[in-house]
Design a protein around this ligand. Structure first.
Ligand SMILES: Nc1ncnc2c1ncn2[C@@H]1O[C@H](COP(=O)(O)OP(=O)(O)O)[C@@H](O)[C@H]1O
Ligand SMILES: [Mg+2]
Length: 456
């Protein structure tokens, strides 16, 4: 909680300041004299000091100079009835944030305080995050400290405390579910529930009633009133996964709910206020989903206020090794074993493109763990029987790939090339032959993909 110090010899005025600061989220210490203020500053570093320049036992300037020499990042707002040009100039020279005259403009002070509180809060949070990432290589449940993931952490810590709707994108297995949980955990709603709804796993005819509920008798089979996710998640967050699988008519309704904060039960005759924060996810590139008519453009605009892209594992550098080792240690701990991955096993892991991302890695490690007695070598790393997620991404089982409608030719080509290489044990000559391209072309493509990876 941000911390304020208010200094003024008028106690009624002080109480009013405390109330205002409290509304902006500050805890406030109060002092009526210079001595009192110094006492507070001796053992705390407030985020903001609100003070009068003329105090019974001296000048506020003395305090300003103390603060300046302490090199703390404390902001100072002067509130004074005795303004002179000289004092204003001197105050600005000493770096005060703002200068207000009594009687004060309450709205203006409120704005100043809210601004300070917001910037402090996210600064504190980002510092905490960066420390955690630095020390432990993780951010809450999300492991990894690659630049791509650090960017994700920074975005999460920015948006989590707000009410903004979030759109999580990224291939399947990249950690979108985990990211949604992390956002909820860092939000003001953490004491409420995070209710997940997978729009792809529920029949299109039922989604509306699941989301918004229905009144008794509103359709055949509606025997009693049913509360939907929006009402049940009240005070919490709602995670709408695979948002592109939601029928388009319903996307229109969802957009309206996001704009108005009100829902309508099926068969209902009045709107109901809801208090829900919505987090959405998709493993389709959203622009392509719009192009092929799976996602309404207006809804995307609304969701794209805050997009967060989870990078594929192949763009995450050394995170791969840390994740593999982490998953192994979890298994070692639960089974009371001490198995480890050999250097050759790590090499093999590094050479794989991981179309199923972290989920695939976790399963591969689990299988290797079961297969090996002590040291896990490359033979125990069974990439031939990869977990392909739900078959909606990358290489599918049995030596085929699936290319979702909505992919670009370049994307399809990339998938085919990488899958072929994988299928032929990274034998480039053989793969080029099968693909009907020259070896040189194959190398050019692979270099281009590497370049892309670097730029992500
Ligand atoms: N950064 C990460 N750190 C640790 N585990 C992860 C990370 N990303 C994903 N996982 C694990 O991988 C699996 C798939 O993650 P999930 O969040 O379900 O992916 P998605 O929703 O994008 O398909 C889960 O078991 C999850 O715990
Ligand atoms: Mg998921």
């Amino acid at each position: 909680m941000p911390y304020a110090l208010a200094v003024d010899d008028d106690e009624n005025f002080l109480t009013a300041l405390e109330d205002l600061a409290g509304e902006a989220g500050f805890e406030t210490a109060m002092a009526t004299t210079l001595e009192g203020a110094k006492g507070v500053l001796a053992h705390t570093v407030p985020d903001v000091v609100l003070m009068d320049l003329v105090l019974p036992d001296g000048s506020g300037f003395e305090l300003l100079r103390d603060l300046e020499s302490a090199e703390a990042s404390t902001e100072v707002v002067l509130i004074t009835g005795h303004a002179s040009v000289d004092s204003a100039v001197e105050a600005l020279r000493l770096g005060v944030t703002d200068f207000l005259l009594k009687p004060i403009d309450v709205e203006r002070l409120r704005r100043i305080l809210t601004d300070i509180a917001r910037s402090r809060e996210s600064r504190h949070q980002i510092e905490a995050v960066e420390e955690e990432v630095r020390e432990l290589g993780r951010f809450g449940p999300l492991l990894g400290s690659s630049p791509a993931m650090k960017r994700v952490y920074r975005l999460i810590s920015r948006v989590a405390p707000t009410e903004a709707t979030v759109l999580l994108t990224g291939e399947s297995g990249t950690g979108k579910d985990l990211a949604a949980q992390t956002i909820h955990q860092l939000s003001r709603r953490r004491r409420g529930e995070l209710s997940p709804l997978n729009c792809g796993a529920i029949s299109p005819t039922l989604i509306e009633s699941e989301l918004f509920g229905h009144e008794k008798g509103s359709f055949t089979g509606a025997q009693k009133r049913h509360l939907g996710y929006f009402e049940r998640a009240d005070g919490g967050s709602l995670f709408l996964d695979e948002i592109t699988e939601m029928p388009l008519e319903l996307q229109v309704k969802l957009l309206r709910v996001l704009e108005t904060g009100q829902i309508m039960r099926i068969g209902g005759d009045r709107p109901i206020e809801t208090d829900v924060r919505v987090i959405t996810a998709t493993n389709r590139p959203p622009d392509e989903a719009v192009r092929v008519g799976k996602l309404r453009e207006d809804l995307l605009y609304r969701l794209q206020v805050f997009p967060i892209h989870l990078p594929p594992l192949r763009h995450r550098g050394r995170d791969l090794e840390h994740l593999a080792d982490y998953f192994l240690q979890v298994l070692n701990k639960s089974e009371g074993t001490d198995k480890r991955l050999t250097r050759e096993a790590f090499d093999k892991l590094r050479d794989h493109p991981w179309p199923g991302n972290v989920r695939e890695l976790k399963n591969v490690v689990h299988r290797a763990f079961i297969m090996a007695d002590g040291a896990i070598g490359p033979d125990e790393i069974l990439l031939a029987t990869l977990d392909k997620g739900r078959g909606d991404e990358g290489v599918a089982g049995g030596g085929e790939i699936r290319v979702p409608i909505g992919s670009s030719i370049a994307d399809a080509e990339k998938r085919l090339i990488l899958a072929t290489l994988e299928g032929y044990d990274e034998d480039k000559r053989k793969s080029a032959e099968v693909l009907g391209i020259s070896l040189k072309t194959l190398y050019n493509r692979l270099n281009a993909y590497k370049e892309e990876d670097r730029n992500h």
